[in-house]
Design a protein. Structure first.
Length: 477
């Protein structure tokens, strides 16, 4: 296990009172909702960022907002750190705990509380999975737009914490664009409602502040999300190119022409081979880069948009254009893309990066990424949301080899710096967590960070919520 990223030292006063704390927590939640045995805590030691792990003091699995509030009130009173956790799919270490922390897991809060078609929204508990919302309303012709690759497992609470996106965020936006309101428990146990079913809440945009705050301002227990009507039709098309640079330039020109498909996804040759071996989706294996472009609307609308995209692709030497011919074929195309992370895990350990760059810089950043990886003697599979420049290079390495792990982390940090230097940012949808925490000063000045930390302190003066995350440990006020 790599130890390059530091955590705050555990609070000795909390560790020494473990038995007393466990006894008190048992009084706050139903029987069976407190995890305390050492072996039972192991699954909560890490999340999707598996290079790091810490065993928590305890895990609480509440079923209601009132139980969450009681736990927060108690932990606030005694200065006990709290780490919120959804499904544990975070790829930036956002849910990794500490030895003195209580993990507050929301996985038992799985009720869809209300579906309101008149107002085009649904209210759900934070432990509801992303895909479960679309499944619940699909038969009535609606869906929930954000669709992370982990949507089968990831939960709405975690989506809100990281402002998650997905393949179709190009047209429909990420979580913040589809979130109308939340019920949130503050650090002292106070329960507040932000936003609601109406389009815009009065006063300051506190909802916008909460979405993407990585569980450091409060614990979201319920969310009201926007529902959209399903399109008349949708058609994914595969575009194969002889180079990653040509594919990247094609993306920039499509968007520059004012064409907004519902999705534009990118795969380089290693990613194509990995995903095709797993999903048998019919991806072309004789190309160096692949774009999955999905258009939607009436048949005439889709035909017109595809014709314009094909003309642009021809200017970039497109080698293959293949339209899906059936619903089953379309499903396989997306199965391959959405299985990319899991399929890659079958062949190697990897770190998934999450930098975002201007579309005009896609080709340049892809080329420089390849150079960085070659310099470290590693391999990379690039698969990402090309339409909004959200890069996801998967750096392959051996987690059991400390030297290999150190190289992978160093290469990843260089790639993220490259994204910032190209005019982009450190994260598009995975969050900062611990992974990018020490790069925050590469994007922000200390004055910028001081302002952000002042906002965080206004919600949590003692910094007990997810304390080792987001902000560099040095320079905290």
């Amino acid at each position: 296990m790599s130890e390059a990223i530091a955590f705050l030292p555990p609070r000795p006063d909390v560790l020494s009172r473990r038995a007393e704390i466990l006894a008190d927590l048992k009084e706050l939640v139903p029987q069976g909702r407190l995890v305390e045995e050492r072996n039972a805590l192991v699954p909560f030691e890490t999340d999707g960022f598996i290079a790091y792990r810490r065993r928590p003091l305890a895990v609480v699995l509440p079923e209601t907002t009132a139980q969450v509030a009681a736990v927060m009130k108690y932990c606030h009173r005694y200065g006990i750190p709290v780490v919120p956790r959804g499904a544990g799919t975070s790829l930036s270490g956002g849910a990794i705990p500490q030895e003195d922390a209580v993990v507050l897991g929301l996985s038992a809060m799985t009720r869809i509380l209300e579906v309101d078609y008149a107002n085009r929204c649904a209210t759900v508990q934070a432990g509801v999975t992303n895909l479960a919302i679309s499944d619940a309303v699909g038969s009535d012709g609606y869906f929930y737009a954000p669709d992370p690759s982990s949507q089968l497992a990831c939960t709405i609470g975690g989506n809100i914490a990281m402002n998650s996106g997905g393949a179709h965020c190009l047209k429909y936006g990420v979580t913040t664009n589809n979130l109308l309101g939340v019920k949130m428990v503050l650090v002292d146990g106070t329960v507040v409602d932000l936003g609601g079913k109406h389009l815009d809440a009065e006063g300051y945009d506190l909802l916008g502040l909460v979405c993407g705050s990585e569980g450091q301002l409060g614990i979201v227990t319920e969310a009201t999300v926007r529902l959209l009507a399903k399109p008349e039709g949708a058609r994914p098309v595969l575009f194969g190119f002889d180079s990653a640079e040509e594919a990247g330039s094609c993306v920039a020109d499509v968007i520059g022409a004012g064409i907004i498909p519902v999705a534009i996804e990118f795969m380089d040759k290693p990613a194509i081979e990995i995903c095709e071996a797993f999903a048998k989706a019919g991806y072309p294996l004789d190309v160096e880069a692949l774009l999955i472009v999905e258009v939607e609307g009436s048949e005439a609308e889709m035909d017109a948009m595809l014709a314009a995209i094909v003309e642009i692709a021809k200017r970039h030497g497109v080698k293959t254009v293949r339209e899906s011919q059936s619903a089953n074929e379309a499903a396989l195309i997306w199965k391959g893309r959405k299985s990319a992370f899991g399929a890659t895990g079958r062949i190697a350990d990897y770190i998934c990066m999450d930098g975002t760059v201007p579309l005009s810089q896609l080709a340049y950043v892809l080329r420089k990424t390849s150079e960085i990886i070659d310099r470290y003697g590693l391999r990379v599979a690039n698969v990402f949301h090309a339409g909004d420049g959200n890069m996801h290079p998967l750096i392959l390495y051996n987690i059991n080899d400390p030297d290999d792990a150190a190289k992978a982390e160093a290469a990843g940090m260089e790639i993220l710096k490259l994204c910032v230097d190209a005019g982009g940012c450190l994260t598009g949808e995975h969050g900062v967590g611990i992974e990018k925490r020490d790069l925050m000063l590469h994007q922000f000045t200390q004055v910028d960070l001081d302002q952000q930390m002042a906002v965080r302190s206004a919600f949590d003066a003692d910094w007990i919520l997810n304390p080792s995350k987001v902000f560099p440990l040095e320079g905290r006020g």
